[in-house]
Write a protein that binds this ligand. Structure first.
Ligand SMILES: Cc1cc2nc3c(=O)[nH]c(=O)nc-3n(C[C@H](O)[C@H](O)[C@H](O)COP(=O)(O)OP(=O)(O)OC[C@H]3O[C@@H](n4cnc5c(N)ncnc54)[C@H](O)[C@@H]3O)c2cc1C
Length: 425
């Protein structure tokens, strides 16, 4: 069991994604001792940048935006000149046309035939000024209340259901309110009239992006952690976590034991619950479903495909839901200016047939559909790689808040255990 290897650490952080690394860096800056335990071969989690043949791809394009100047200063300190400011250009394909996304006026209405646009306008006013009938439980309730049913059906529903793989009536309204950041029509109009006001997060016209990909952020954090004598153990995961009188004892998969005074967990909650002892009270059965993502990365022998950062495709007939062109985020994402690349995002979960398809079949279908759009010619594809991410998005379905509260109540028996991050809290 490696008794001689036992060490005493002040903070142990489970998970070397951006949440765990940021916590480690900040604790080290405050003089604490830190060990990060990361299951994967490299740190970064979902915020990694993947490099093949000189082409750099995020696992789905990641932009950085914050309305908090202190947070932006923090990132500028970390990356210095490598932090670029990028104009935002995103479009969505609606009714056969590409229009700016998020919708702006008058695009929002010109994207639809006049009869449909008038119906959407009428349904918007009806929704806004009709007396509130019932509480907003679902994403569908939340959007219909703010935008009207016609706008929901024609615009929000197709893309949302493609991304999440479940009906909008099954997604939580709390999630919509907290996470979706949809600007209300009033906010959008106000921002159009008074552009100097702080825009809603979804309506920003520019964002920050690291010169060589979003993965520069976790890489820079890891360098800072090691320079401050922090430890990062990769290919390591906790098999058993035992609370002690003054902290925790961790038994790792490789048989090593570590002690900590404080434990910060950023790993998925089910993995944390599995490692905690059953004798401290039964953990509530906790299920949070995840939406998977297949990223198909294409290297292309042409200078550019689109002017966009992201392009959105609600059409259910298309295998992909979103694409991004890394060169439009930073010119350093490609090995030479005569070529470009696309990351094609296919929203799917492991139980769906497309998840099981071999890589060649997924790539052939996506390339055929991109070619039908007139975006690329199949012979321009000079490299292709595919990654499947089974836990890309936690699905905030109806009832997840109640289940989460039960888990938080159970875990609160250990005041030295702190939860953090996308799937860890
Ligand atoms: C397609 C896509 C696009 C996105 N775009 C943006 C964007 O534009 N801007 C933005 O701010 N955010 C974006 N996000 C969200 C962002 O990626 C996440 O919020 C962020 O990376 C989460 O960081 P984290 O550290 O909480 O989790 P993760 O990145 O999931 O890190 C958790 C880490 O824990 C490790 N781990 C798991 N289990 C164990 C275990 N048992 N033991 C030890 N380690 C374990 C994992 O390997 C991983 O490294 C996007 C996400 C996706 C999927």
């Amino acid at each position: 069991m490696g008794g001689e290897k036992i060490e005493r650490e002040h903070f142990i952080i489970l998970g070397g994604g951006i949440a765990g690394l940021t916590a480690a860096y900040e604790l080290l800056r405050r003089g604490q001792r830190v060990t990060v335990i990361e299951k994967g071969a490299a740190v970064g989690g979902l915020a990694r940048t993947f490099v093949r043949d000189g082409f750099r791809f995020d696992l789905g394009g990641h932009r950085f935006h914050s309305n908090n100047p202190a947070v932006v200063d923090w990132l500028e300190d970390l990356l210095g000149d490598d932090l670029l400011t990028v104009p935002r250009t995103s479009r969505i394909k609606l009714n056969g046309r590409f229009v700016n996304y998020p919708l702006t006026f008058p695009d929002a209405f010109t994207a639809f035939p006049p009869g449909q646009a008038a119906g959407m306008g009428a349904s918007y006013f009806l929704a806004r000024f009709a007396p509130r009938q019932r509480p907003e439980r679902s994403f569908e309730d939340w959007v219909v209340r703010r935008f009207g049913r016609q706008m929901y059906r024609r615009f929000f529903q197709p893309y949302t259901e493609k991304v999440w793989g479940i009906s909008g009536s099954q997604l939580s309204a709390e999630w919509a309110a907290q996470r979706i950041g949809l600007p209300s029509m009033w906010q959008t109009i106000r921002h159009a009239l008074r552009p100097d006001d702080m825009p809603p997060a979804t309506a920003v016209t520019q964002f920050y992006y690291p010169r060589y990909g979003f993965g520069m952020i976790p890489q820079a954090l890891a360098r800072q952690i090691l320079a401050r004598d922090g430890r990062i153990l990769t290919q390591a995961a906790p098999r058993r976590i035992t609370p002690t009188a003054d902290g925790f004892r961790l038994l790792l998969d490789n048989g090593d034991s570590l002690y900590s005074d404080e434990l910060i967990a950023t790993i998925p909650l089910p993995a944390l619950l599995d490692a905690l002892p059953p004798e401290n009270g039964r953990a509530p059965a906790f299920s949070l479903n995840y939406r998977g993502l297949i990223c198909l990365f294409l290297a292309l022998d042409r200078p550019q495909v689109t002017p966009d950062n992201w392009t959105y495709f609600p059409d259910p007939a298309l295998i992909f839901g979103r694409t991004h062109e890394p060169k439009n985020w930073s010119p350093h994402m490609v090995p030479d200016n005569n070529c470009t690349s696309l990351c094609v995002e296919i929203f799917a979960s492991p139980h769906e047939p497309v998840w099981q398809w071999p890589e060649e079949r997924i790539a052939a279908k996506a390339i055929e559909q991109l070619s039908n759009l007139g975006w690329i010619r199949p012979r321009e594809v000079c490299g292709q790689w595919l990654l499947r991410l089974p836990h890309a998005y936690p699905i905030y379905d109806l009832g997840y808040q109640t289940r989460l509260r039960e888990v938080h109540a159970y875990l609160s028996q250990w005041p030295r255990l702190h939860l953090l991050g996308r799937t860890g809290s």
